[in-house]
Write a protein that binds this ligand. Structure first.
Ligand code: EPZ
Length: 430
């Protein structure tokens, strides 16, 4: 099992290039099979979850071609079976997008019940409610979600809770239904808009994505397209927070600053300087941070995927802060790990009460999930001494070349394959 080993204390300076949005790319690649023509998708991040999804798409018969590290060509005309199940697909949450895509195109889909990061119970009742409203029968049997319809028919769907996954999945199925579908209380995240734009570039008729009412007029078939995925707002936010916590001056390039407004607002509140450019943001921090309160909310609120990074920042801020997690009930699993690094955090229900300490101290910690893993690396950048982050498998699900990008802006970080590598790094830095 590989680890990250980090020697803290170096400020970060320089430029970092942000890749395509993982959570948009996952949905877009699944939706790409909805036409029999060839679709080319660019700015696809080269991360583990994407590889797993592409393998599943290939296994059902679609042709998948890696044009280069970040461009994928998919042809869905060769699909022979609508049943998606393998050991790996069961572990990723985004496998559920194949349900919407296959159901929309073939009116039948069988997909392993999704897994994903363990951040709380992750039901798919809203996805199922949407498919049923469109006229499909949906059952869960033998670990598979089985959805089938003679014909999907457009309808009115109200989502009881704002859900990114359910909004996108229903949008995909409805894109090839008969008649008009209206999704109310839809998610407004940038990747919902990106998937709608992608489907529209294939000939779908989707209006209102980015607002809480999305209107879809079904079309009979979709056609080829070339599309580029939007930049990853969470990867960008993670590097912005890394600069804030470690101190320094970092230009985060290839971003859409509008998508980062909640993240930027919090950095300003804690005393960092942030400058926005057309497609970049610059974060300047002297490492002295102020306390604040934050609550995670659906977009345009503060993203739950930035919650652990925020807590790491507030852990060494001046005074007492609170972080309220309102989306997932079990997203504080990193707190015990951060405590091992000297943090003073008490969790009560869905609120973390954080008393800022002067500094973190390096320790051996486990990445409990993707974003929390990245947050622990950030803590390591600011810690005194050496931090070892185990289980970096999680981090690699969603961050491409994480350690290389950090190294390029001055971090002392290595990926170690074994204890020998670890000791080598520790000797080098001590
Ligand atoms: C997506 O998960 C992302 N995953 C998550 O990113 C992200 O944290 C989340 O959206 C919120 O932004 C992917 O895109 C693959 P939701 P998703 O449906 O779609 C409840 C990361 O680190 N809910 O918006 O699963 C649910 O329990 C990951 O990249 C239902 O009750 O999230 C939660 O409380 C982690 N029933 C809330 O809605 C449902 O049928 C929002 O979940 C669906 C969701």
């Amino acid at each position: 099992m590989e680890q990250y080993v980090i020697k803290g204390g170096n400020p970060l300076n320089g430029e970092v290039e942000i890749g395509g949005a993982k959570n948009a790319a996952l949905a877009i690649l699944a939706a790409a099979i909805m036409t029999d023509e060839t679709v080319t998708v660019g700015n696809v991040p080269n991360v583990r979850d994407i590889k797993v999804l592409l393998q599943a798409i290939e296994e059902i018969g679609a042709k998948v071609e890696r044009v280069d590290a970040h461009t994928v060509r998919i042809n869905g005309s060769f699909i022979q079976n609508v049943s998606v199940d393998n050991e790996f697909i069961r572990r990723i949450r985004a496998s559920y997008y194949l349900l919407g895509a296959l159901l929309g195109k073939y009116k039948k889909a069988e997909v392993a019940l999704p897994g994903g990061c363990d951040i709380g119970s992750r039901p798919i009742d809203l996805h199922i409610k949407g498919f049923r409203a469109l006229g499909a029968s949906v059952d869960i049997a033998h670990g598979l979600v089985v959805a089938e319809a003679k014909n999907l028919v457009g309808t009115h769907i109200y989502l009881d809770k704002v859900s990114v996954g359910a909004t996108i999945n229903i949008m995909m199925a409805a894109a090839m239904a008969t008649g008009k579908t209206v999704i109310e209380n839809a998610a407004k995240e940038p990747h919902v808009v990106d998937v709608a734009n992608f489907l529209n570039s294939m000939g779908a008729n989707i209006r209102g994505a980015g607002t809480d009412v999305i209107r879809i007029v079904g079309v009979e078939r979709l056609h080829k397209t070339e599309y580029s995925v939007i930049p990853d707002q969470i990867e960008a936010g993670t590097f912005m927070f890394a600069a804030a916590v470690a101190g320094g001056d970092v230009l985060v390039k290839n971003v859409i600053p509008k998508h980062l407004e909640a993240t930027t607002a919090k950095l300003l509140e804690v005393g960092c300087r942030v400058r926005e450019f057309d497609d970049a943001v610059r974060v300047i921090s002297d490492g002295r941070l102020l306390h604040t309160q934050v609550t995670t909310l659906p977009y345009p609120g503060f993203p739950t995927d930035m919650q652990p990074q925020m807590a790491v920042l507030l852990g060494i801020a001046d005074g007492t802060s609170t972080v309220t997690e309102s989306i997932f009930e079990n997203r504080f699993k990193y707190v015990d790990e951060l405590t091992r690094m000297g943090a003073s955090i008490k969790v009560e229900s869905n609120i973390a009460i954080i008393c800022g300490v002067d500094r973190y101290t390096g320790a051996r910690v486990n990445a409990p999930d993707l974003r929390a893993g990245a947050a622990l690396v950030i803590a390591g950048l600011a810690a005194e001494g050496v931090t070892i982050v185990d289980d970096i498998y999680y981090i690699e699900r969603g961050y491409e070349a994480f350690e290389e990008k950090l190294k390029a802006i001055g971090a002392q970080i290595e990926k170690a394959a074994d204890e020998k590598d670890l000791q080598k790094f520790i000797l080098k830095v001590s």
